[in-house]
Design a protein around this ligand. Sequence first.
Ligand SMILES: [Zn+2]
Length: 135
Amino acid sequence: MTDEKKTFEHDPFVAAFPETRAFWEAAADGRLMLPVCEDCGRAHWYPRALCPLCGSEKLRWTPASGRGTVHAFSPARRAEPQYVLAYVTLDEGPTLMTNLVGAPIDAWSIGQVVQVRFQPSTEGRMMPFFGPVTG
Ligand SMILES: [Zn+2]
């Protein structure tokens, strides 16, 4: 890693989904951002050009708490390394598909409160995974 600000200009995923760019830029700094609609006031996931709840184009990137609860999860026990695929419902409302990290594979439960932990993907983007609440 360098101190140079990651711009995502040459990232093929971001090029294919430019509406996600602000999300990845914030994630590189360890900040979770959500698109919030200025017309209906609700957050949604994943990022889109229009609010999926009311159709408005007036969307604003807003800092999220990074807190949520486990809605569902599935441990991939035979994978190497093992991982836990999950849906986490953020305190702001939207539900994300993610991975649970930072605890043994059998340590999770539905309804458990978790907080975001960014970890690098193999492509270099910082991914919002979730782990136990600390502190
Ligand atoms: Zn809306």
